[in-house]
Design a protein around this ligand. Structure first.
Ligand SMILES: [Fe+2]
Ligand SMILES: [Fe+2]
Length: 394
């Protein structure tokens, strides 16, 4: 059987950005690796200004959630003290005894390799994949160093890629000022701002604590989706004159119950008499909004009734729903990491113009989808669509 080929991409990832992601994806594709471990470095004692490892790890998880082959790895952040690459590689060899390891580095790092602890051992533990661009050295210098290290037993493969020129300083400044930048995944930006990292002002006082709870309760994919919904809901609220903090709060908490097993949701619903609707009780896809609104209040401590109502109505809709409810419903269906579905582009386009029109398109899409699957449509969804059609929409 062919050996598994594992790429390793280390870095402070403070925060992870598209430059890192592009590099990992190039290595994955060009070397036909089975996966790339994204490995945030531990907190070195001599770098006190580095963001705590747990935050950096969560941002890596959020960034990689929908990306095939990229796998967050906590190996270094879970260890204390100074961590050397030679130790990490030895541990990874123990963890994956049958794998070939490929360590992805930038060209500048190639020139620094000889300074690494036990670097001659490091050379034997992995093949280096080198990104071509250097900020400090000429191609001649790089080539000479590569030859020298190869003679010492090292193995190097140059990646064929255009390096995305992203500066971490720039990215951190954008987080702090609240600007958007294409170099930062939406979920990473939302995480950093909600956690108050890089000097960002906290918009939601409980944000940092909720992120911790949500990260524990949700899958990485659901966590990334949650962050993207919070960001989209806030933007829609700003666009349509609604309260952006309420919209963002509802976005953050809307799926807080989604990863619970159905039996657990049903237990919570029964014990707290949340609903008597049998069709909701039978379906996790519907019940998580009812249980989510309950947990948002009791476990997360959210007391804003408008926010709780938006969470409650985000699966079936509700005749008479508020415009905040609509913004959260729509954010859930159009957030930028959503996989394409038939009416997605149209709903996205309409959401910028009219919440009501976008809701009609979105609900029509939901009805088509549910009916196509042969499932029963919940009456509240049909009532919501009928009600929307009675509104004076221009
Ligand atoms: Fe949901
Ligand atoms: Fe959702």
């Amino acid at each position: 059987m062919a050996k598994e080929r594992i790429g390793i991409m280390g870095g402070t990832f403070d925060p992870i950005h598209q430059g890192h992601i592009r590099m990992a994806q190039c290595a994955l594709a060009q070397l036909e690796l089975d996966r790339v471990l994204m490995l945030p470095s531990g907190n070195p004692p001599h770098k006190p200004d580095i963001t705590p490892g747990e935050h950096r790890y969560r941002m890596v998880c959020a960034a990689c959630a929908g990306l095939a082959g990229l796998e967050p790895c906590r190996e270094e952040i879970d260890r204390s003290g100074v961590i050397y690459t030679v130790d990490t590689l030895s541990i990874l060899h123990e963890n994956y005894p049958k794998a070939e390891l490929y360590y992805i580095i930038g060209a500048d790092t190639l020139m620094e390799l000889h300074k690494w602890r036990s670097f001659e051992t490091v050379l034997k533990l992995c093949t280096f994949l080198v990104c071509p661009r250097s900020w400090h050295y000429t191609p001649k210098q790089l080539n000479e160093e590569r030859k020298r290290l190869t003679a010492l037993g090292g193995s190097f493969i140059m990646l064929d890629m255009e390096v995305l020129d992203v500066s971490s300083t720039e990215v951190r400044a954008a987080i702090c000022s609240g600007e958007s930048t294409p170099n930062l995944p939406v979920a990473v930006r939302e995480y950093a701002q909600t956690a108050g990292l890089y000097g960002a002002q906290l918009r939601i006082p409980e944000g940092p604590q909720w992120l911790e709870m949500l990260f524990r309760e949700l899958s990485s994919k659901r966590f990334a989706h949650t962050l993207a919904v919070a960001d989209t809901a806030r933007r829609l609220a700003l666009l349509h004159g609604l309260d952006p903090v309420k919209a963002e709060t509802a976005g953050l908490l809307h799926d807080c119950a989604k990863c619970l097993p159905l039996k657990e949701m049903q237990r919570i619903a029964r014990e707290n008499q949340l609903t008597e609707d049998a069709s909701i009780l039978e379906s996790g896809a519907l019940l998580h909004s009812v249980v989510g609104a309950h947990l948002a209040r009791t476990k997360y401590g959210c007391t804003d009734e408008e926010v709780l109502r938006a969470i409650l109505s985000h699966t079936t809709g509700k005749a008479g729903m508020s415009r905040l409810d609509m913004a959260v419903w729509l954010a859930d269906t159009i957030e930028p990491t959503r996989a394409p579905y038939p009416l997605l582009d149209k709903t996205r386009m309409l959401a910028g113009l009219s919440l009501e029109k976008a809701m009609i398109t979105s609900l029509e899409g939901t009805l088509q989808h549910v009916r196509k699957k042969g499932d029963a449509v919940h009456p509240a969804t049909v009532e919501t669509l009928d009600w929307l059609h009675t509104l004076p929409i221009n």
